[in-house]
Design a protein around this ligand. Sequence first.
Ligand SMILES: [Zn+2]
Length: 482
Amino acid sequence: MDERERARRMQIRRAKRRRNVLIMKCIISLLTLIVVFLAVILIKDAVIPELKNHKNNKKPEAQQTVQQNDDGTETQTEAADSVDDMIAQADLLAAQYDYSGAIELLKSSSLYTGSQKMQDAAAGYETTRQSCTAYPLDQVTHVFFHTMIKDDAKAFDGDSKEAGYNQVMTTMSEFTKIMESMYEKGYVMVSLHDMCIVNQDGTVSQGEILLPPGKIPFVLSQDDVSYYHYMDGDGFAQKLIVDENGDVKNTYVEDDGSISVGDYDMVPWIDTFVKQHPDFSYHGHKGIIALTGYEGVLGYRTDEVYRTREAGRVTEYQQKFFDEHPDFDEAAWQNEVDQATAVANAMKAEGWEFASHTWGHIDPRKVGIDGVMKDTQRWLDNVATVVGSTDVIIFAFGADIGDWQPYTSDNPYFTYLKEKGFNIFCNVDSSKCWVQFGSNYMRQGRRNLDGYRMYYNPELVSDLFDVSSVWDNARPTPVPQM
Ligand SMILES: [Zn+2]
């Protein structure tokens, strides 16, 4: 073998070795791929159902309970518990006349087909649902109040404000007796939005209120829940707050300066009453609060003037407030806005609604269309930003933007307010019910249940309560004439 031949053979061997290494590398790569592929399949099978189970754990499923526990009795108890829970939830819906909701809730449960108890409950709701009739909407009454007097002695103390309080306010003891009487007579709080449906094209059609025999729907509203400065020290609550349980309550400043928390006005009183008597509320709906904006809302100084202190806009009362609170700066104002928003959100979650009472408590036709435009913009900028938007306007002074005849498109006030999103308009009317449906709005008259009405026209409220058993003897008489 010569030198050249040896070199050639070595080259061949090296090439062979390189080829073998390459093949080995290929085999290793292929094996790695197979291992990874198998691992993915295994993890998928093992982990994903685990995740799915985790999600399902929110709603207890009878089958799952059986699988997870070897102990049979424990499994059965858990299932029974959730049946009872479901029925309790459905009972509450049914107590508030939402029978379809109650039936739907039970039927949506996987326990339904196996539970005779749930099927019986659903059958019971269906029987009551079939006994319901649509209440005539033109016979729905609407009653309203102002801020309640918590301490009679302070409101009726002979000062210059006493006459006004005596005429247009109601005391907590009177309000309590009025509501208890109405509840006993079968009255049920409904929303203005139960009475009508606002369609996407801006037209308004009639709603439907379905109630069992003996039940009577009514709308409840309250005006000026601002806890205005002028009421300080006169026996009214200070503000609305959200307490540590998430409930809306009032604060009240006692003589020694300490703060009490309780049901000192309409909103928390109704919340407590409905907890005990859920059937006083239709589908969980409560009253509607008509807010002005010029001194803030719900007891909070949220208006822009408390931030800007714009010359010419600060009133005497506001100047006194600034003098008493020298540290009230922009951060303090923001804090008021945040707290008022939290209260409004808690109220909405509890079934309350809000309406415009106009920003400056104006009589529209007295200030004219330009005045209404400026005022509405202020309401949208200072009140809607805190409590949310609304399509309800409850006019101040019981005023209106037209007479009793239907609103027409040549009424500039109506055209403007409709354009700004208002569909429901309320005035004050002494008749039991006054409801008007136009093609693109609903109007309703409201009855004042205050000192003036009770003293001079007890017969006008006899369908709701008996004045002689409601009247608060702390009221000075005669109630001054308007
Ligand atoms: Zn008012």
